[in-house]
Ligand binder design. Structure first.
Ligand SMILES: [Zn+2]
Length: 325
């Protein structure tokens, strides 16, 4: 982690402070899978606690020195775990996150019909016919109407969408439902329409959708897995089949809870960390959800990034705050 190189010359408190300042400056970037899993007491204060607010007080003699680990740091007490959780929540609700979400969801896009027209893939009369059909029915996507009313191939519409979103067209070749079901909670796949497709070269994860990219999902998955995420458009039929298989596969056990406010959320997550004593844990926010993932034992980490090896000894906790559900 950043801060280690110059941290060696510093005293414990200064070292710990430097490391936390780096964390604050760099946000999520410091939390690769290495930082997530290999908490080293040498990186932190003399007692190894990861909380900046740690008063270095008395730790109960029976408390494990190896667990719980939250985002690469051990907490010496429930109080210190709570402080670490609160810091992570601040990061996840920070400006940086807001900027990412805005950039992802509100960027101006040229309508698909105009994109296809500009590419010369449809004619004016075709677009007019599709728009009219859409208006009359009062529903349906323009791409679907172009297929049903104008005889376009679905593949052409997918290509049009990829131009609209400036992203590649992906296929479901090499898709393993069982492996991909471990990437994120099924609820996200159902709700946001982004389907994990495959890992390439052990570092790159492909996410596919058939309609609109969700940059926030890609960002959240990137933070949670430590993998670089590339999103693209997938033909609707292929994607629907992949999604159905994924939703049928075994997923990491997921609990969904609604909490009243941010204070209750911090307390609840701390209680879970204290109770389950994970060897690694990470918090990521995605739209209305806080997603806390726990790696409960060693050997839970798979071959790529921090992706789980299987569902065993893994736990996902999803939270909504207030009436956000
Ligand atoms: Zn502490």
């Amino acid at each position: 982690m950043p801060g280690i190189s110059f941290g060696r010359e510093m005293g414990g408190d200064a070292k710990r402070f430097a490391s936390r300042v780096d964390d604050a400056l760099l946000g999520q970037d410091v939390y690769g899978p290495v930082g997530l899993f290999e908490a080293s007491a040498a990186e932190q204060g003399p007692r190894g606690c990861g909380s900046v607010e740690c008063t270095g007080g008395w730790t109960r003699p029976w408390r494990s020195k190896k667990r719980p680990i939250f985002e690469g740091h051990w907490g010496c007490s429930g109080r210190c775990v709570l402080a670490m959780v609160r810091a992570a929540m601040r990061r996840e609700t920070g400006d940086r996150r807001a900027v990412t979400e805005t950039a992802g969801s509100h960027r101006h896009r040229v309508p698909l019909g105009l994109v296809m027209l500009a590419q010369g893939w449809i004619t004016h009369p075709q677009l007019k016919a599709a728009l009219q059909a859409q208006r009359q029915s009062g529903s349906g996507r323009i791409g679907d109407w172009l297929v049903s009313e104008c005889g376009l191939e679905a593949e052409q519409v997918t290509r049009g969408l990829s131009v609209q979103w400036s992203c590649p067209v992906l296929s479901t070749e090499g898709f393993s439902a069982q492996a991909m079901a471990l990437v994120m909670p099924q609820r996200f796949v159902q709700e946001f329409g982004m389907v994990p497709l495959r890992v390439a070269g052990g570092r790159l994860l492909y996410l596919g959708c058939d309609d609109r990219l969700n940059a926030s999902v890609a960002y959240a998955v990137e933070q949670m897995t430590g993998l670089k995420v590339e999103s693209g458009l997938v033909d609707g039929v292929q994607l629907t089949a992949a999604k159905a298989n994924l939703l049928n596969a075994d997923a990491v056990q997921t609990n969904l809870e609604a909490v009243a406010d941010e204070d209750s959320l911090a307390a609840r997550m701390t209680a879970i960390l204290e109770h389950r004593q994970p060897l690694a844990a990470r918090l990521v926010r995605l739209h209305q959800y806080y997603w806390l993932r726990l790696w409960l034992e060693s050997g839970t980490r798979g071959l790529a990034g921090s992706l789980p090896r299987s569902t065993e000894d893994m736990q996902d906790c999803l939270f909504t705050v207030g009436s956000a559900a």
